[in-house]
Design a binder for this molecule. Structure first.
Ligand code: 5AD
Length: 351
């Protein structure tokens, strides 16, 4: 087995590692290697995207969900959640605010809410698509049959986010009830990519029962699947869920994995997520400094932001809020980043 430093150089130059090499790197990395990988990841990001940060307006349009993921604060069985759903007018008004603030991507994210049928989602997407022709629409609405994904795509949704959460089937089974099989998630991901969506997947860092092997499987899965986007964030416990007393995932490991993913898939769109920004106050900036290139300011009406609580203590009134985009811009300028007013497509999908 080669020396740790050689493994790091291989990742930086060849963008790929074997299972054994990932294991060595994850288990034995020291500060020097970690910093070497961080700076290489940032350099790679600069090479591909420059200092431009892409922004996406996140609209959390419903917190009603028929799924029962053990980690998630808005799971069906959590009876302590005050449920809401935005009206079509409210959603369109979020888009209007976002457009005026300079956002050119809208991410419609919600629980799997039966009210939002295929027809309703299609009509919402096509309305936004018609009104904002220079914008990209991203859906993050969970698991559907292939035909539904096809109809959303025809209606104008070009991107879809669906994290695999964990690429290890056995681990997946410990995070989800038996009626939410791993195979369904994987089939959805394959369908999305096959239809032609810019597809985003990703995983929880430090979720209960996760081992180093699970993380390695996630990294190998990403390399095989080649998504256009990858969202990762630390697991954060949520009250009134089976995992409420479990310990939070490490933000340090999340940052390291952001760098590792940037090196493994150089062109991938990589957000510095809200969960990372919740785990530590400088989380999103650190994310960018570790190779992330996307930030997703919250466009949801302020009255519902607290209710879309996937985990506890979610940040919601600072620079992650879309109404403070100007403040975010100033904060990023200090680190010589600029906020792009563009759709921010994956390089392979440039319009
Ligand atoms: N901690 C961190 N992230 C979570 N998500 C859901 N629940 C939690 C939690 N407790 C993430 C999942 C999901 C995304 C929308 O939010 O990875 O895919």
């Amino acid at each position: 087995m080669s020396d740790l430093r050689e493994i790091a150089e291989k990742l930086i130059v060849e963008h790929t590692l074997s299972r054994e090499e990932w294991q060595r790197l994850l288990e034995h990395r020291d500060r020097e290697i970690t910093e070497r990988i961080r700076s290489a990841a940032r350099r790679e990001t600069d090479r591909i995207f420059g200092r431009q940060v892409f922004v996406r307006g996140l609209i959390e349009f419903t917190n009603i969900c028929k799924k029962d993921c053990y980690y998630c604060g808005i799971r069906k069985s959590n009876s302590c959640v005050e449920r809401y759903r935005l009206t079509e007018e409210e959603i369109l008004s979020c888009c209007k605010d976002g457009y005026e603030a300079g956002l050119r991507t809208f991410v419609l994210q919600g629980g799997e809410d039966g009210y939002f049928t295929e027809e309703r989602i299609c009509s919402l997407v096509s309305e936004i698509h018609t009104k904002y022709q220079d914008c990209a629409i991203t859906l993050s609405v969970g698991e559907w049959k292939r035909e539904s994904y096809e109809r959303f795509f025809s209606a104008g949704a070009e991107r879809f986010l669906l994290r695999q959460e964990t690429a290890n089937a056995e681990h997946y089974g410990k995070l989800h009830p038996a009626n939410q099989p791993y195979e369904t998630r994987m089939e959805c991901l394959r369908n999305l990519k096959d239809i032609g969506y810019q597809t985003g997947c990703g995983f929880l860092v430090g979720s209960p029962y996760q081992t180093t092997d699970c993380i390695i499987e996630d990294l190998l899965f990403l390399e095989r699947f080649r998504p256009q986007m990858v969202g990762i964030g630390p697991f954060l416990p949520a009250k009134n869920t089976p995992f409420e007393a479990k310990k939070a995932g490490s933000s340090e490991l999340t940052l390291f994995l952001l760098s590792a993913i940037r090196l493994s898939l150089p062109e991938v769109l990589l957000p510095a997520t809200t969960a990372l920004g919740t785990a530590r106050s400088d989380g999103r900036l650190q994310g960018l400094l570790h190779g992330a290139n996307v930030i997703m300011p919250n466009l949801s009406p302020t009255r519902v932001r607290d209710k879309y609580a996937l985990y506890d203590n979610k940040v919601h009134s600072g620079n992650e809020a879309a109404e403070h985009l100007e403040a975010l811009r100033k904060e990023l300028e200090k680190e010589e980043f600029t906020v792009a007013i563009s759709r921010g497509d994956s390089p392979g999908f440039a319009k």
